[in-house]
Ligand binder design. Structure first.
Ligand code: ZN
Length: 293
C-alpha cells in the first residue's frame, strides 16, 4: 500500500509541470487575446525602432508573444535557482566556520595526499555525510559522523571520490543540469536524461577513486552511508537512487535505467501540442491593432 502511494505521488510529481504547461498552452490557443498586450508591444517596438531587432524582425506577433510568455517563467525560475544556490553556499560557508570540527587536523595529511588540501572542511555534525560544493572554488565537506562511522581505508575512498568531484568542478556541472531539468520540467524525458548524466558524474568519480583505492573499501563506505542516511530519510530509498546504482556498478552488476515509454509519449505530446499551437498562432493577424501612420 505504501509503495503504491509513493509510486502515485511520484507520478503526480513527475507530470505536474507537464499538465500545468499543457493547460497554459491550450488556454493561449483558445484565447489568443491573452497574448495581445505582449504581441502589441512587439509590433509597436518594431514599428518605432525599425532595424533595432535584426535577429527578430517582423515575425508573427502572436508567436513572438507566446515565446516571450513561455520564457519569462523559465527565466524567473532560473533566477530563483541561482539565488537559492548562492544563499545556500553563503549559509554553508558560514556554518562551516561556526561548526568546524576540532578533529579536522587529523586528516590534513590525507587531504593533501588526495589533492583536496586546505579545501577539506570537517564539520561538527553527528550525521554521516560527505559532499563537494562551490562553483568556482569547490571544497569538500565531511562530517564528524562520517569519520566516526568509516574505517580509515573507507575514508580515503570517500575523499578520493570527492577529490575527483572537486577537480572536475562537478558542483557547477550538477547545478547546470538541475537548471536544465527544472526549466524544462514540462518535458519529462529531460528528467530521465538528467538522472543519467548525474549518475554518469558519480560513476566517473568512483572510477577516479578506484584507480587508487580497492573496490571493497569504496563499496563498503557507500553501503554504510546509504544505510545510515536511509534510517533518517526512509523515502530516499524508494526507486533507483544514484547510490544504489553506484553500488550495483561497483559489484559489477549491469545498471538498468531504461527510458520510460510514458515519458517519451508525454514529451512527444507536449512538443506536438506546442508546435501545433505555434502554427495556429502564426496564422493569426494582429491588424486590428497595427499601429497606423
Ligand atoms: Zn559523488
Amino acid at each position: 500500500m505504501t509503495a503504491r502511494f509513493i509510486a502515485t505521488a511520484e507520478q503526480i510529481r513527475r507530470y505536474r509541470a507537464t499538465v500545468a504547461a499543457l493547460l497554459v498552452v491550450l488556454s493561449v490557443a483558445f484565447w489568443p487575446s491573452l497574448l495581445l498586450p505582449l504581441a502589441r508591444q512587439y509590433v509597436e517596438f518594431n514599428f518605432h525602432h525599425p532595424g533595432a531587432t535584426p535577429f527578430i524582425p517582423n515575425y508573427p506577433p502572436y508567436v513572438v508573444a507566446a515565446i516571450l510568455f513561455w520564457m519569462s517563467p523559465m527565466l524567473l525560475l532560473a533566477l530563483g535557482l541561482v539565488l537559492r544556490q548562492l544563499i545556500g553556499q553563503y549559509r554553508l560557508d558560514r556554518g562551516a566556520v561556526t561548526h568546524r570540527s576540532q578533529g579536522g587536523n587529523a586528516w590534513r595529511a590525507l587531504a593533501d595526499e588526495t589533492g583536496i588540501g586546505r579545501r577539506l572542511i570537517v564539520v561538527n555534525d553527528p550525521m554521516p555525510f560527505a559532499f563537494c560544493a562551490g562553483f568556482f572554488f569547490p571544497a569538500v565537506y565531511v562530517s564528524d559522523g562520517l569519520l566516526a562511522l568509516l574505517r580509515p581505508a573507507e575514508i580515503e575512498a570517500v575523499l578520493r571520490h570527492e577529490a575527483s568531484h572537486m577537480r572536475r568542478r562537478d558542483p557547477l556541472r550538477l547545478f547546470l543540469i538541475e537548471l536544465l531539468r527544472s526549466t524544462f520540467a514540462p518535458f519529462p524525458i529531460i528528467e530521465t536524461l538528467s538522472e543519467r548524466v548525474r549518475l554518469g558524474i558519480e560513476l566517473a568519480a568512483d572510477r577516479a577513486a578506484l584507480a587508487i583505492v580497492p573496490m571493497p573499501d569504496l563499496a563498503s563506505a557507500l553501503v554504510k552511508v546509504v544505510r545510515a542516511t536511509s534510517r533518517t530519510h526512509p523515502l530516499t530509498v524508494a526507486g533507483l537512487t544514484p547510490n544504489e546504482a553506484r553500488i550495483d556498478a561497483l559489484l559489477g552488476k549491469p545498471i538498468e535505467m531504461p527510458y520510460r515509454r510514458r515519458d517519451l509519449v508525454v514529451t512527444s505530446l507536449v512538443v506536438i501540442t506546442l508546435f501545433g499551437v505555434l502554427a495556429h498562432l502564426s496564422s493569426l493577424q494582429l491588424c486590428p491593432i497595427c499601429p497606423t501612420i
